[in-house]
Write a protein that binds this ligand. Structure first.
Ligand code: SAM
Length: 292
């Protein structure tokens, strides 16, 4: 590993560029070599791969990614970090730095421009204030992505892997498990970062798979049903579906769908598995089409 995990070296670089940490951008830089190796190893990057890194910071992970991959494209929102990255990554010719907000970045265009539209691997120590929007953007837009290996807040990783019966179970769990096979890589204590965050972290790897997409008749409807049931967690699934205007379902249609899916009329959405949500949404899709 290089010098970029050494706090004294980092402070010297930051002072040289007169850089101050921006809390609003979730800037907690990784300073642990062991965790850095685990992230790079678990992402299984080879010289065939193009990697998209979100939020390179001062380039700590970027440098290791550049050694392992063919190309690294990184997107960093903070313009004050760009001259620092140009300096710390000066020796690497396979890194492209884009100064932009990842949520406003056309990732498909990046894939076409830098990787001929082929799937790439995403690796990041994510800014925690926008973890869920970033993950949903990467998954829902069906971007050409093979896997996503990311550092997230520990509780968020828990939400991604949990199933029915847990208070953490929700729309994020179902979206992650629908689009990917998630696995925890390791937990990361707060003292592995500079400055230290107030929360513990976890590295999670999401391997994209198409297994479920083939059995769903209407994906938009599936996610509307999921959102409808978790929007009003305390209510029954039946009420949740009825109160979600976009679904435009009446009481009779909902009762019919629940009974066809062999679900109790007073069941709550939070106890349904992904397979049950899929079956229910396929039935609702059928009922809506019959009624046209
Ligand atoms: N990768 C570095 C590391 O591991 O040390 C920094 C990780 S730090 C937790 C998150 C990084 O994401 C920061 O560099 C921050 O400026 C950047 N960032 C925050 N919001 C962003 C956004 N919307 N788009 C792109 N980068 C963002």
């Amino acid at each position: 590993m290089g010098n970029l995990t050494n706090p004294t070296y980092i402070s010297a670089v930051l002072n040289r560029f007169d850089f101050s940490f921006q809390k609003k951008y979730g800037q907690n830089f990784l300073i642990d070599d062991n965790i850095l190796s685990k992230i790079i190893d678990s992402a299984e990057i080879t010289k065939e791969d193009t990697v998209l890194e979100i939020g390179p910071g001062i380039g700590t992970m970027t440098e290791e990614l550049a050694k392992a991959a063919s190309e690294v494209i990184c997107v960093e929102i903070d313009s004050h970090l760009i001259p620092i990255l140009e300096d710390t990554l000066f020796n690497y010719s396979n890194i492209t730095i884009i100064n932009n907000d990842i949520l406003k970045t056309d990732i498909e265009e990046i894939s076409n421009k830098y990787n001929n539209g082929k799937p790439f691997k995403v690796v990041a120590n994510l800014p925690y204030y926008i973890t869920t929007p970033i993950i949903m953007q990467l998954l829902e837009n069906k971007l050409p992505i093979e896997s996503i290996t990311v550092m997230v807040q520990k509780e968020v990783a828990q939400r991604m892997i949990t199933g029915p019966g847990s208070k953490d179970y929700g729309a994020l769990s179902l979206a992650v498990q629908y689009y990917t096979k998630p696995e925890i890589v390791c937990d990361v204590p707060a003292n592995c970062f500079m400055p230290k965050p107030n929360v513990d972290s976890t590295v999670i790897k999401l391997t994209v798979n198409q297994e479920y997409t083939t059995v769903v008749d209407n994906e938009e409807l599936l996610f509307d049903c999921i959102r409808a049931s978790f929007n009003q967690r305390r209510k029954t699934l039946s009420n949740g579906l009825k109160n979600y205007p976009k679904l435009n379902l009446d009481k009779e249609q909902i009762a019919k769908a629940l009974s066809k899916a062999n679900l109790r009329q007073d069941i709550r959405g939070e106890v349904l598995t992904l397979d049950e949500f899929i079956e229910l949404s396929n039935i609702i899709n059928q009922i809506q089409n019959e009624d046209i």
